[in-house]
Design a protein around this ligand. Structure first.
Ligand code: GLN
Ligand code: ZN
Length: 518
């Protein structure tokens, strides 16, 4: 948007001053007279209302240095990453709504800035309104919970460390579970059929009672557990039928989150997501998953994995508050999950999986910033998972591959078992793990869940044999690449049956019928 009606230059430089405000001075000094400058002053990646006075001060510096003709204002990047229009939200409370700006509101902000480019002291409704809204946000008790602050301030290094290292934990876990070598399991979700999605929609719309919905979900869970037993899996899951989405489900039960009705943004291709808005201090008022996990465990003798989404993934897949460092918000999430992990363990759940598929995509653009990010991201995972006894087994799962350059961080997460996506690359990724001598157990995915094709037993035997060539056998688990929620039951049952058969073949072939007792 033009700060002046007369833009005469032929060339223009656009700066992202949200991510790199420090670039402005250097550019103002060096910009050739033939060029104009576009100031990316409105955050195109987040949904918060801009501090118009601060943006205006930057704009004025540029206008003073270059003259209004050479200055434009715009968003820091395309508005593709934000929802379209806040006015379409009927259910967000008015307080919170005043703190937000979606794409349409960001255009209004730009208009106000451009119109005020010529004035040293901006006034007008847009500026006034913003000042009141931002002051309200800063002082709101909804963004600041003293109990939460007290806890994050009191986190110690010891809280992020398991009581014993993996070589001490592993034999204790082996003795507790008595699993065969190459134990078989899945990543967590089972098919979210039309029935499951239909029931959820009916319940949300008030057409199905809470009680009926609960009965329906429990019946789905029971069928899912029976099927897993019949297939012969060693470690079971409850199926995640009660979850709409792995982040929204947790956000809905934590303080500090809000949800839009229409805040869709593109994920990739034609797939869209509706990220929750993480606006305030995060606290857990009550257990989230314990009832599901314990009622699932009651239906089987085999170990039932508790299933949580990790702190980094919840952070990464939400619109996150911009009034404090992400590391601080992540630590709050980690503490809430730590309580959930402790409750699961106390309720008798012996294996707990904390999914972190988004850990790699959180990496900053510049390599020199990687370490700082990885430090707090790994710390958050450890804070969430380290309170458990040696005998309690922590699993984690990550989907998107290419871990080669962050393997030390992944090892530092110190999960007992890590399941990863490897089948599409035909186990290529495992070379990195072998070279690095990844110390804990790994379940390299042997079944590509992104396609409806049912892999044969032979293919999976082949993949497992390759894995066993590069990694110690007693370190290996057998599982699909990712959750099965997008698949149909017939193909899932067939593929998992082949997978369990493949594990048996490999056990026999490699003469490793049972893991040695501790
Ligand atoms: N537990 C989740 C599932 O099985 C993990 C999903 C993911 O990795 N994105 O669906
Ligand atoms: Zn996955």
């Amino acid at each position: 948007m033009r700060a002046s009606a007369r833009v005469s230059s032929l060339e223009r430089l656009v700066l992202d001053l949200v991510r790199a405000p420090e670039q402005l001075d250097a550019v103002l000094d060096a910009l050739p007279a033939s060029m104009s400058l576009s100031l990316g002053l409105i955050d195109g990646r987040n949904i918060w209302r801009a501090d118009l006075d601060a943006a205006h001060a930057v704009l004025r510096r540029a206008v003073t240095a270059l003259g209004a003709e050479r200055v434009m204002v715009g968003p820091s990047c395309s508005l593709l990453h934000v929802p379209v229009d806040l006015d379409a939200e009927q259910r967000l409370d008015t307080d919170l709504k005043r703190w937000l700006a979606f794409a349409a509101q960001k255009l209004d902000e730009l208009r106000a800035l451009a119109d005020a480019a010529g004035s040293a002291t901006p006034s007008g409704a847009q500026f006034e309104d913003t000042r009141i809204a931002l002051a309200g946000r800063r002082s709101s008790p909804r963004t600041y919970n003293p109990a939460v602050r007290g806890r994050t301030g009191a986190v110690t290094e010891a809280m992020r460390r398991r009581s014993s290292p993996f070589p001490v934990r592993a034999p204790k876990q082996r003795a507790r579970f008595g699993l065969p070598s190459f134990p078989t399991t899945t990543i967590g979700s089972f098919p979210q059929t039309t029935d499951v999605r239909g029931a959820r929609a009916a319940w949300r719309a008030g057409r199905m009672s809470e009680e009926d919905y609960d009965t329906f979900l429990k019946a789905e869970m029971r069928k899912c557990i029976e099927r897993q037993e019949k297939i012969g899996l060693d470690v079971l899951v409850h199926g995640e039928f009660e979850r709409n989405d792995m982040v929204e489900y947790f956000g809905e039960q934590l303080d500090g989150f809000a949800f839009t009705e229409n805040g869709w943004v593109q994920s990739y291709g034609s797939r869209c997501v509706k990220p929750p808005v993480l606006f305030g201090d995060v606290a857990r008022q009550r257990a989230i998953t314990v009832a599901w996990s314990t009622s699932a465990q009651a239906l089987t003798e085999r170990p039932m994995k508790g299933m949580l989404t990790g702190p980094v993934t919840i952070l990464q897949w939400s619109f996150v508050r911009d009034d404090q460092p992400r590391s601080e918000t992540c630590a709050q999430l980690a503490l809430a999950l730590r309580d959930e992990v402790a409750d699961l363990e106390a309720a008798g759940i012996s294996m707990i999986q904390v999914d972190e598929p988004a850990i790699r995509e959180g990496l900053p653009l510049r390599r020199r910033d990687w370490n700082a990010y990885l430090r707090w991201a790994v710390d958050a995972f450890r804070l969430a998972t380290s309170s458990v006894r040696d005998e309690t087994q922590i699993h984690t799962h990550m989907c998107y591959s290419e871990f080669g350059d962050i393997l030390d961080a992944i090892a530092e997460m110190d999960a007992d078992v890590l399941s990863i996506e490897t089948s599409r690359s035909r186990m290529e990724l495992l070379g990195d793990f072998a070279r690095f001598q990844y110390p804990n157990a790994i379940g390299p995915g042997v079944y590509d869940i992104h396609s409806p094709r049912v892999p044969t037993q032979g293919e999976m035997v082949d993949l497992l044999t390759r894995a066993a060539q590069v990694l110690p056998m007693d370190q290996l688990w057998v599982n699909p690449d990712c959750g099965l929620k997008t698949r149909g039951w017939p193909e899932v049952e067939a593929a998992l049956t082949h997978m369990v058969e493949a594990a048996k073949v490999v056990r026999a072939k490699l003469g490793h019928a049972r893991q040695p007792p501790a």
